[in-house]
Design a protein around this ligand. Structure first.
Ligand code: SF4
Length: 161
């Protein structure tokens, strides 16, 4: 099974969201917050941006000085962004690239977080990939999360209304 960086991000956020998205129940276009994210993504770091793809598994915002950069609109869900970037580093390592590190930039809050992939991180990613595969094979979506992140999720209406 092909597991993308976005799937790793969703797994960390909400297993139900991961399942819905993978099963092509897509509401992202209707979410104003997602659209705001796209505007930030398109308008920041214009000089540096050269999206960098790892096959069809990852769409990296840009790569510069041996560093993979991911730009986020908010610092509220950084744990999932960190796992996403660790997965990018994992994919690059698998393809023989060494000494690559990661950085998450949050332009609105002027934050910058360094991300590294050590042995523990590799184990964490491999466990996450096995779990994702298991969840995606469920016949029905996992239960709702009922977390504060639901209010800003594109699937809110589907899950709660
Ligand atoms: S609304 Fe909540 S439960 Fe539903 S997919 Fe989004 S985060 Fe998950």
């Amino acid at each position: 099974m092909k597991i993308t960086g976005l799937m790793v991000n969703y797994y960390c956020l909400c297993q139900r969201k991961l399942w819905l998205c993978f099963h092509k129940i897509n509401m992202e276009n209707e979410s104003e917050l997602v659209n705001i994210g796209k505007v930030i993504d398109e308008s920041t770091y214009e000089d540096e941006k050269h999206n960098f793809f790892i096959e069809d598994l990852a769409n990296i915002d840009y790569l510069k000085n041996n560093t993979v950069y991911e730009i986020k609109k908010s610092d509220k869900m950084l744990e999932s962004a960190i796992m996403q970037v660790k997965y990018y580093l994992y994919l690059l390592k698998e393809r023989g690239l060494k000494n690559i590190k990661g950085k998450i930039n949050v332009p609105l809050s002027k934050k910058s977080i360094d991300v590294f992939l050590d042995d523990e991180g590799i184990q964490e990613i491999e466990k996450c990939l096995a779990e994702i595969e298991k969840i995606l094979n469920y016949k029905l979506p996992p239960q709702t999360l009922e977390s504060k992140i639901c209010k800003s999720c594109a699937y809110y209406e589907l899950c709660f209304i």
